[in-house]
Design a protein around this ligand. Structure first.
Ligand code: F6R
Length: 615
């Protein structure tokens, strides 16, 4: 949700910032802008509605020299996407420029106060209020930029990651964060800042993850200074080595990031289980679980909080943990959790699942659970993100950067880690026998090959997608482990193709949605040959007898469904708890190709952003 980037050093700042914005564009892409160091007494600010490529066009022929600058790619919160509301925002005198990710809750009151002091506003944004406030404090207190930013932030309620520069000081960038991420790249005589590490990859390999309520002063040719926003005292900071490679951030020959991410699932799932399954499948070791053995032994209950696709993974995790650990599991939307009067005790394990590790609602749910004494366990993809830093323990899914807005490999990675967690905790609790661990463990080790097999359906799915691009509505049905798979399939389709789709537990169809079935509405049924197969056959017949077309995901060699359904996609057989991983891959491809044939921007669907850092 909005990406910010900044650079100071010896390179051309514009080039570094544009490349950084392109890497951050998954966070928001309705407008973009850049501010470069003062030249002829003015900061040079260029903005454009639309994508970073629109900004590049708008800047053609303009002066983009200079070695210091800040930039922004926006996901609108306050004010429509246009050139005026795009960041960077300038203060009244034009001497200070800011880029901001987050939301300022008390901006209305502050704006009124500033208007009374003679300030005027060009945009509808909360961010312009902050930059005006910084200028107001600076003039009133006759102080430097750092002190003015610090004082202004004390008056702000809300979330922010900001970078601020000043016309009269081409050697300094002041940054701060509260509840929005900010990473600083530290190079030889050059420094960067960004909402995540991706803009820094390939330029610098040392990073500092700024903590909440910290500020930093980045000065040309001077060591980085990190200070507490509260006390103004220097804070200790760790310089970490970045492990990401440039190749991971590129499309690698695929037409989109999403397609690349679907096709790299075999390799990423191998990374996800690496070193975690031992003894030919009979032992599962997650250090986050093993190191907290007592918590898992003594727990009364597990509550899983997550949003969107991660919430779907949580629903699958519920089945697996209940089965392997014999513990009751509840799954909550993180956004609803804190408003539902949750009863949480110190005997609860709260698992927070998030690809980005920055989802505001999930972070708020974590805070509440911690306040109530629960043991909080994070399952996250982005290394160093806020969720792993705010949880008691956890596991990374290690599937590499996910750049396509629609989550694919993160989902299969999350389900994999939830399975590992359930097996590891089940072994500790003595609630799962070795034979079962070995069976599921071996199937997980085999999963890269299994998913490779599923990806061979690509050609068949392309044809199917051509047949169904006409549809305005889709129904997805599944039962047991695959009810959440149905939800996930429907979400993939709607978010990238803009076709209305609903996921339902198959048996619930007769309680309402069956009224929608006609020849115009295709139904996708996830029907592996599992314990609920016979029941789902009835649901397929109910759809068929009302004239609906059925696309069935079935196990290889299932002849009976071939006779019933209009189209069958055959997947290999795996233990029942792993069917969501295998069945979700054809659903990702189906959504992908339908969206592609409808001419959608698959990687950057309208209105969405990858990292939802606002409530
Ligand atoms: C859908 C999708 C979203 C995210 C949701 C939570 O494809 O990606 O529904 O799953 O916004 O994001 P994270 O997992 O980063 O907390």
């Amino acid at each position: 949700m909005c990406g910010i980037v900044g650079y100071i050093g010896n390179r051309n700042a514009y080039d570094v910032l544009i490349q950084g914005l392109k890497r951050l564009e998954y966070r928001g892409y309705d407008s973009a802008g850049i501010a470069l160091e003062g030249f002829d007494g003015q900061l040079r600010v260029y903005k454009a509605k639309g994508k970073v490529s629109d900004l590049e066009k708008a800047v053609e022929g303009k002066d983009v020299t200079g070695t210091l600058g800040i930039a922004h790619t926006r996901w609108a919160t306050h004010g429509v996407p246009n050139n005026v509301n795009a960041h960077p925002h300038l203060s009244q005198s034009g001497s200070i420029a800011i880029v901001h990710n987050g939301t300022i809750e008390n901006y209305g009151v502050l704006k009124e106060a500033l208007i009374r002091e003679g300030y005027t506003f060009k945009s509808e944004t909360d961010t312009e209020v902050l930059v005006q406030l910084i200028e107001y404090v600076k003039v009133k207190n006759k102080c430097g930029l750092f002190d003015a930013v610090r004082e202004a932030l004390h008056q702000i309620e809300g979330a922010y990651a900001i970078a601020v520069i000043e016309r009269d000081d081409p050697d300094t960038i002041v940054v701060a964060r509260k509840s929005s991420p900010l990473v600083i790249g530290v190079g030889e005589n050059e420094t960067m800042l960004a909402s995540d590490a991706t803009p820094i990859v390939g330029l610098m390999d040392k990073v500092v993850y700024l903590k909440d309520d910290e500020m930093a002063v980045i000065r040309r040719d001077k060591p980085l200074q990190v200070l507490s926003l509260e006390t103004n005292h220097p804070s200790d900071f760790d310089i970490q080595t970045l492990k990401m490679s440039v190749a991971e951030l590129e499309k690698g020959g695929y037409e989109t990031f999403m397609l690349k991410e679907i096709f790299e699932q075999p390799d990423r799932l191998r990374d996800c289980v690496r070193g975690r399954i031992l003894d030919d499948g009979a032992q599962v070791v997650l250090s986050g679980v093993r190191d907290n053995r007592k918590r898992f032994l003594e727990a009364n209950r597990v509550v899983i909080v997550a949003c969107g696709t991660s919430w779907h993974a949580a629903l699958i995790g519920k089945h697996i943990i209940q089965d392997m650990c014999k513990l009751p599991v509840e799954v909550e939307y993180a956004s609803e959790f804190r408003y539902s009067g949750p009863i949480i005790t110190d005997k609860d394990i709260v698992i927070a699942i998030s690809q980005s590790g920055e989802t505001a609602d999930t972070l708020a749910a974590i805070q509440l659970a911690k306040n109530k004494g629960a043991f909080v366990y994070g399952i996250c993809n982005v290394v160093g993100a806020s969720i792993p830093r705010n949880t008691d323990s956890g596991t990374y899914i290690h599937v590499g950067p996910e750049i396509g807005v629609a989550s694919t490999k993160a989902f299969t990675g999350q389900v994999t880690v939830l399975t590992l967690l359930a097996l590891c905790a089940g072994q500790i609790r003595g609630t799962v026998d070795e034979e079962k661990v070995r069976m599921v463990g071996q199937a997980l080790m085999q999963m890269p090959e299994t998913v490779k097999e599923v990806l061979k359906l690509d050609g068949q799915i392309q044809q199917l997608a051509r047949t169904f691009t006409y549809a305005h509505n889709f129904l997805y049905l599944g039962r047991g482990y695959n009810y959440p798979t149905a939800l996930e399939g429907a979400l993939k389709l709607k978010e990238i193709s803009y076709i209305h789709a609903e996921g339902y537990p198959a048996a619930e169809m007769k309680h309402g949605p069956i009224a929608l079935i006609d020849s115009e509405m295709p139904t996708v049924v996830i029907a592996p040959t599992d314990s609920l197969y016979d029941k789902i056959v009835n649901n397929v017949q109910q759809v068929k007898s009302r004239g609906g077309a059925v696309i069935a995901i079935v196990n290889k060699g299932n002849a009976s469904m071939q006779d019933m359904a209009d189209y069958c996609l055959e997947i290999p057989e795996v233990p029942e708890c792993l069917t969501p991983i295998v069945a979700s891959v054809p659903l990702q491809l189906l959504a992908y190709y339908i969206a592609k044939y409808k001419g959608r921007n698959v990687d950057q669907p309208r209105n969405l952003a990858k990292s939802v850092t606002v409530e």
